[in-house]
Design a binder for this molecule. Structure first.
Ligand code: NDP
Length: 251
């Protein structure tokens, strides 16, 4: 596991958007960011899940979050511009984005992969983070220290049979992170990195590996040190890296 002891006020006064915040890893990250002082913008497609997390964060006495219900499968360019305008009106800037929402799609050979599912996975996993990042960059430019985090996967670094669009989308995610990080190399207030969570106990993992005992993998809460490290000021010098949440590095 990546080792990092986050100071209590690590993300104090930061505004951080988390996609796929209602469930799994995104929910744990939004909670941890709020617990470390951030105002979190909870984005996801299932309103009830976002509302229940909102209540938990409020009841814990952490900064009041914001909720953005959005389906990344159907959102248009216009929706992303609207999102950016809303955040500008409410906060005036953005200090972090965790692109976490993801779709697994089918586990099947490319020969028989359903083209509609292929497009859906590419839209949610690649196209949506591209459009969102594009529309949010002006807000991130207004931050003193902004961090953009993409979510990768082991199959986004080495292709594996039957992982289809999901694997290809994660290769694209690694590529998008590298291109953007290089473009922003001389923009010292924004850094761009990716996290590979590694096998984690969530619905997606259970769906991909139905025969595996869920307890054999760490919970989302256990893999949070890297999510905190990359979002806070201690990682200011890190740009263009793809790091493993369950790797044995430390910071
Ligand atoms: P889950 O399936 O548990 O959660 C995914 C989240 O993404 C949910 O909140 C879901 O919303 C949201 N989401 C899915 N589709 C859309 C959409 N169209 N619009 C908006 N939100 C959407 O997944 P994990 O927590 O396991 O995965 C999080 C990230 O980590 C993903 O990018 C995944 O690829 C990656 N990852 C996970 C691994 C693991 O072992 N768990 C391993 C490697 C990478 P809703 O709750 O409404 O369904």
């Amino acid at each position: 596991m990546f080792h990092y002891d986050a100071p209590a006020g690590l993300l104090k006064d930061r505004i951080i958007l988390v996609t796929g915040a209602g469930e799994g890893i995104g929910r744990a990250a939004a909670w941890q960011y709020a617990a470390h002082g951030a105002t979190v913008v909870l984005l996801g497609r299932t309103l009830e899940k976002l509302e229940s997390l909102y209540d938990e964060i409020e009841n814990a006495g952490y900064p009041q979050p914001a909720i953005v219900p959005m389906n990344l499968d159907s959102a248009t360019e216009h929706d992303y511009i609207e999102l950016s305008n809303q955040l500008f009106d409410e906060f005036g800037r953005l200090d972090g984005v965790l692109h976490n929402a993801g779709l697994l799609g089918m586990r099947t050979p490319l020969e028989t992969y359903d083209p509609i599912t292929w497009e859906q996975v590419m839209r949610v996993n690649v196209h949506a983070p591209f459009l969102m990042t594009q529309s949010l960059l002006p807000l991130l430019q207004r931050s003193e220290d902004a961090s953009i985090i993409f979510t990768s996967s082991g199959v986004g670094r080495k292709g594996r049979a039957y992982w289809g669009a999901y694997a290809v989308s994660k290769f694209a995610t690694e590529g998008m992170m590298q291109v953007l990080a290089d473009e922003l190399e001389n923009t010292p207030n924004i850094r761009v990195n990716a996290i590979n969570p590694g096998a984690t106990r969530t619905q997606m993992r259970a769906y991909a590996y139905p025969a595996e005992p869920p307890e054999s993998n760490p919970t989302p809460a256990e893999i949070m040190p890297l999510y905190l490290y990359l979002m806070g000021a201690d990682s200011r010098q890190i740009n263009g890296q793809s790091l493993d949440a369950q790797g044995d590095e430390s910071a």
